[in-house]
Design a protein around this ligand. Sequence first.
Ligand code: ADP
Ligand code: MG
Length: 241
Amino acid sequence: MSIEIRNLSFNYGDLTALEEINLSLREGCFNALLGPNGAGKSTLFALLTRLYALQRGEIIIAGHSITRHPAQVMRKLGVVFQQSTLDLDLSVAQNLFYHAALHGMSKRQALPRISEELTRFDLSARLHDKVRNLNGGHRRRVEIARALLHKPTILLLDEPSVGLDPATRESLNRHIRKLCQEQQLTVLWATHLMEEVQQDDPVTILFKGKMLASDTANELCRQHQCADISTLFRSLTGAIA
Ligand code: ADP
Ligand code: MG
């Protein structure tokens, strides 16, 4: 299942944060949303998750408009916001059970799901630890495990790797790619780090609220005759900065 964004614009007062965005995520793939700070990435996430009401344009998730069928649509989504939303004073288990309850799961239903996701992330041994005692990489993994508890078909991650060391970043990125392959999860991964993008990823480049390009990294590099995505990014954003 996928997401289609049509003619989406959003203003904060006089400031245009997003302008005429048209984008379809490729189903079952790792889709990268590339943009520096202020590009409009988090604003887009806020609209996709209905944190903000739409002003102009439309968002279709798994075939349903998010304004017309919000409950059906939200069940398909898992999200990891830019700022962590874990309760540091609660244990990993308490954070996860609470979230499962919000999705209507009983403790009995939630327990096997929690074990499954934590095992996948090599975190089972930390079940009863307070989140405060986990390092940044482990906290991020708990957040991702939490976002997957209700078995969404689409996972949105807003700069999930910021603040992590390169090895942890790489392992997180690899893990998410594996989920795409094994479970046909559709992923939208926002980042400003070009090294997180692979050549056959569908990539959208966002800059100052505008979509500058959208295609696979390979194809974009070929069209613009750039050796790699970082060079392309610098040349596109430099041209209109
Ligand atoms: P990104 O996540 O790519 O860094 P944001 O979506 O956070 O970008 O921000 C896009 C633009 O909107 C920026 O210019 C930012 O300053 C502005 N902005 C973001 N949130 C607000 C807000 N709540 N009120 C006013 N302006 C905002
Ligand atoms: Mg942001």
